[in-house]
Write a protein that binds this ligand. Structure first.
Ligand code: IPM
Ligand code: MG
Length: 369
């Protein structure tokens, strides 16, 4: 049956990088038997401009009907002054909540060709392959009560609530354990159990769950130490599982280990296999419209989409192999450019991947995000 993919280009560089990912999907459709139908809708600042809301009802409805969503990026300085409810980021958070996408998989995988592009020493990051499993629809991002209130003395006070139910911890924990089973078999649960009761419960639930996965080794780490260990010795990690906010912070840190945040895809998954796929990086308004952004994270997000929501692991492997081939050939966008390689723009990089799709074979996708 034809599967539906909703394309949400968003803001900033979003439309440029998504256009390259769509080229890849079209090539797979025409040349490799991928049976998909693409639809497009507005989200973020672009949706606010056109429809007065960062997540128009029509977009959410289309996302609900689709088998998978591919998103570019949202946000930009133009909309920073808007009321919170109208800001582009609300569109993203609304999609996550509205589609029940509680599990965010954020791989930090170093392409060997790019070891020299990291700000860390090559020997610290060579061979890096870790997966952050971030809880995405709970915690302090969504906890109530929240707000800014005026106290009796006229001073204002801002407040948010960090809250997790056992069932929420358990379902993200299971995703982490299952993910580790397909990888190196180790889960490190990151919390702040020495200070926060909520994450004391988190640790307790993770420990209890571990009994169901005797083949997976569970360890615990406080988040401050985890941040330090990520830059000290990142290869000690296989799967890290953590709360919404800790995962937000640690995944940016992990992404940078690989040299460029422009390389990393992500998947946000619900209970039923539906997913939203997007590059980890943001909308980069400073370079938007210049045709220099790196489309590879978005193209690799298509690979995750095919693997996780469409059960097309072989085609996903083909995309990843094509990206590897283009890097082997020395093509680099500005963000990953090093001396001796060839600097190309967004479209040239996308076209090169499309061409390479015909030249590579499908790898199995074992241990791939
Ligand atoms: C991310 C982003 C979002 C988040 C923002 C844009 C709301 O930083 O996906 O990591 O905080 O989750
Ligand atoms: Mg973030």
């Amino acid at each position: 049956m034809t599967k539906k993919i909703l394309i949400l280009p968003g803001d900033g560089i979003g439309p440029e990088i998504v256009a390259e990912a769509v080229k890849v999907l079209e090539r797979l459709r025409q040349g490799f038997g991928l049976d998909v139908e693409l639809e497009q809708a507005l989200v973020g600042g672009a949706a606010y401009e056109a429809a007065g809301s960062p997540l128009p009802e029509e977009t959410l409805a289309l996302a609900r009907q689709a088998d998978a969503v591919l998103l570019g990026a949202v946000g930009g300085p133009k909309w920073e002054g808007l009321d919170r409810e109208l800001r582009p980021e609300r569109g993203l958070l609304g999609l996550r909540a509205g589609l029940g996408l509680f599990a965010n998989l954020r791989p930090a995988l170093l392409f060997p060709q790019l070891a020299g592009a990291s700000t860390l020493k090559a020997e610290v990051v060579a061979g890096l392959d870790l997966m952050i499993v971030r809880e995405l629809t709970g915690g302090i991002y969504f906890g109530e009560p929240r707000g800014i209130r005026v106290l009796g003395n006229g001073e204002r006070e801002g407040f948010n609530t960090l809250v997790y139910r056992e069932s929420e911890i358990e379902r993200i924990g299971r995703v982490a354990f299952e993910t580790a089973r397909r990888r190196a078999g180790r889960v490190c649960s990151v919390d702040k159990a020495n200070v926060l009761e909520c994450t004391e419960l988190w640790r307790e639930v993770m420990t209890r769950l571990a009994a169901d996965y005797p083949d997976v080794a569970l360890s615990h780490m406080y988040v401050d130490n985890a941040a330090m260990q990520l830059v000290r010795e990142p290869k000690q990690f296989d799967v890290m599982v953590t709360t919404n906010m800790f995962g937000d912070i640690l995944s940016d840190c992990a992404a940078m280990l690989t040299g460029s945040i422009g390389m990393l895809p992500s998947a946000s998954l619900g209970a039923d296999g539906k997913g939203m796929y997007e590059p980890i990086h943001g909308s980069a308004p400073d370079i938007a419209g210049q045709g220099v952004a790196n489309p590879l994270a978005t193209i690799l997000s298509v690979a995750m989409l095919l693997r996780h929501s469409l059960d097309e692991g072989a085609l996903a492997g083909r995309i990843e192999a094509a990206v590897g081939r283009v890097l082997d050939a020395g093509l680099r966008t500005a963000d990953i450019h090093t001396p001796g390689t060839r600097r190309v723009g967004t479209a040239e990089m996308g076209d090169a991947v499309v061409t390479a799709l015909d030249e590579v074979s499908e790898s199995s996708g074992e241990r791939r995000p």
